[in-house]
Design a protein around this ligand. Structure first.
Ligand SMILES: [Zn+2]
Length: 197
């Protein structure tokens, strides 16, 4: 009979995005047979990250501190707010070094079919952010997908009566793609050539 502990590890790994049951099995076997400090280092790194990283109460980005380093940075341009789906997107924009504004992380894209509504994308927190800060332009830097378009339409509609200029990334990104996979040049261009809504 197979080890129940091996099974448990395999099932846990198979729950990760992009990992099928077979790959999970290979990974589980590798982790167990390595028996070196490497596997324990991975386990410790996971525990440490889970325990010390949470959401910034201002911008919703994942961070070890609250407020996060971006919200604490006094050098940034308060007039420009880049709205992204997740914290990884913040890292992408930070890598292109041309954005000096602030961020707001939705955490999800709207998907009524999957039960993801305005509460899940923290629209309440975004509204509070806009009340508390002198934002002049809101850049909706979301993936060009059905969910991305739904989210862009919703936010643009909700803020229609505000004086904030709302823009989106240019259409240089292929539809259905995730901005996570765009290279930094494409992303920088899409940002530079953003269009008003
Ligand atoms: Zn923050």
């Amino acid at each position: 009979m197979l080890s129940p502990k091996y099974r448990k590890l395999q099932d846990s790994l198979a729950g990760l995005p992009g990992i099928g049951k077979k790959t999970a099995g290979r990974l589980a076997m590798h982790i167990i047979t390595q028996k070196s400090t490497n596997s324990l280092d991975i386990a410790n790194a996971i525990t440490d990250a889970i325990q010390s990283i949470s959401h910034c109460s201002i911008c919703n980005m994942l961070s070890e501190t609250d407020p996060c380093p971006v919200c604490e940075d006094k050098e940034r341009d308060n007039r420009l707010l880049c709205v992204v789906e997740n914290t990884l997107d913040v890292y992408l924009f930070e890598e292109i070094h041309s954005f000096k504004g602030r961020y707001f992380v939705l955490g999800h894209l709207l998907s009524p079919m999957h039960g993801i509504g305005p509460d899940e994308i923290r629209f309440d927190l975004l509204t509070k952010y806009l009340q508390d800060n002198p934002v002049e332009e809101l850049v909706l830097a979301l993936s060009p997908s059905v969910e991305g378009e739904t989210t862009i339409s919703f936010i643009a509609e909700q803020l229609e009566k505000s004086s904030i200029r709302i823009s989106r990334l240019s259409t240089g990104l292929p539809f259905g793609s995730n901005i996570e996979y765009a290279n930094s040049v494409t992303l920088a261009n899409a940002f530079r050539n953003r269009t008003n809504l």
